[in-house]
Design a protein around this ligand. Structure first.
Ligand code: P6P
Length: 338
């Protein structure tokens, strides 16, 4: 069977009822091409002198891995000359990166975490690239894009996706018409459609959380997790399994493929203290999960309705199986003082 390529899929999306704009197709193809190059660099490992850390920190205060910087530069260079973007923002850069004046500008804003889970690179565990596409606001036409132009709720995303660099290299994306998975055919260097439209299998008894953060959890999250650890003997009525890879892309991909729920709650002891970033981790993953029939909240409210206050804002994340996400929300509501 001749599998559909990414290019053919995107051209069909242009011809489809939503008539995806050609510039968006160019954007996604450009990001996908950069992800192929990132995948190639990662696969070299120690042989490619791409492992290890640099002696500098990023805006997050995290020591940068060589591949963090390489992937960030690859995505910037691949996207800045195509005429489809107004600006980019990245986990690895303090502020936005405007398209240089020597290049044509477009109407899209691209946000990305170039290598998510980079602490796993040196121990050969799957990592990924996460991206989110917004439109520059009408008010930005005729002037330079500003950071404030990026601060749009996740519900305004035009497209989102991730590449996962694991046993296979996959590209999982949505342009608002469902979630589709492409596998990199390394022999000819093209992305081949291998799954989609994807829907999260319901009621799969598996949760993903870093149990060592127990001290940070709200009573609601603690009770939710405790009930699942108790399993069939408790109110859940069935046993659960637990997974935690330390790589959001790997955990979210597993949930899209076989179900379950992912939790990285904010630190209950310090309001606003959380791990994951809203704009280029939580929102793109929330877009995909909702497109696959799941739900995504901060433990209480829908992530994609949150009004961002800052480019690198962090947020609690609960996403995946609708029933499990609702159970965390219900526990949060019950835990609130009457
Ligand atoms: P912890 C990776 O650094 C990341 O941003 C996500 O990919 C992952 O889910 C999480 O942090 C892992 O955090 O605290 O378990 O190391």
């Amino acid at each position: 069977m001749q599998r559909k390529t990414l290019t053919r899929f995107l051209i069909e999306q242009q011809q489809g009822p939503r008539a995806m704009p050609p510039q968006l197709r160019l954007l996604i193809e450009t990001v996908a091409r950069a992800c192929k190059t990132i995948s190639h660099a990662i696969s070299k490992g120690a042989l490619g002198d791409v492992l290890g850390e640099l002696s500098r920190e990023n805006i997050q205060g995290e020591v940068q891995k060589k591949l963090d910087v390489l992937a960030n530069e690859l995505l910037l260079e691949a996207n800045e000359w195509g005429g489809h973007l107004a600006a980019m923002a990245s986990e690895e850069m303090e502020t936005l990166h405007r398209v240089p004046n020597r290049y044509p500008k477009g109407e899209y804003l691209l946000l990305f975490d170039p290598i998510d889970g980079s602490s796993n690179i040196d121990v050969d565990i799957s990592v990924g690239t996460i991206f989110s596409v917004l439109k520059a606001p009408e008010s930005a036409s005729g002037r330079d894009v500003t950071e404030a132009d990026f601060l749009q709720p996740g519900a305004r995303q035009i497209a989102a996706g991730y590449a996962i660099y694991g046993p296979q290299t996959l590209l999982v994306l949505s342009v608002g018409t469902g979630v589709y998975e492409f596998t990199l055919d390394r022999e000819i260097g093209s992305w081949k459609l291998t799954d989609g439209p994807m829907t999260i299998p319901e009621q799969y008894p598996e949760f993903a959380i870093n149990m060592s953060n127990r001290r940070q959890w709200s009573p609601a999250v603690a009770r939710y997790v405790e009930e699942r650890v108790t399993g069939a003997a408790g109110p859940c009525g069935r046993d659960y399994n637990m997974r935690w890879t330390g790589s959001m892309v790997a955990d979210v991909h597993r949930i899209l493929k076989r179900g379950g729920v992912f939790l990285y709650p904010a630190d209950h002891r310090q309001p606003g203290k959380a791990r994951l970033r809203l704009m280029y981790e939580a929102n793109p993953m929330a877009f995909l999960v909702e497109q696959a029939g799941g739900a995504a909240t901060d433990g209480r409210v829908r992530l994609m309705e949150m009004e961002p206050a800052a480019l690198h804002q962090r947020v609690g994340v609960v996403l995946g199986d609708r029933g499990e996400v609702a159970a965390v929300t219900e526990a949060a509501i019950l835990a609130e003082p009457a």
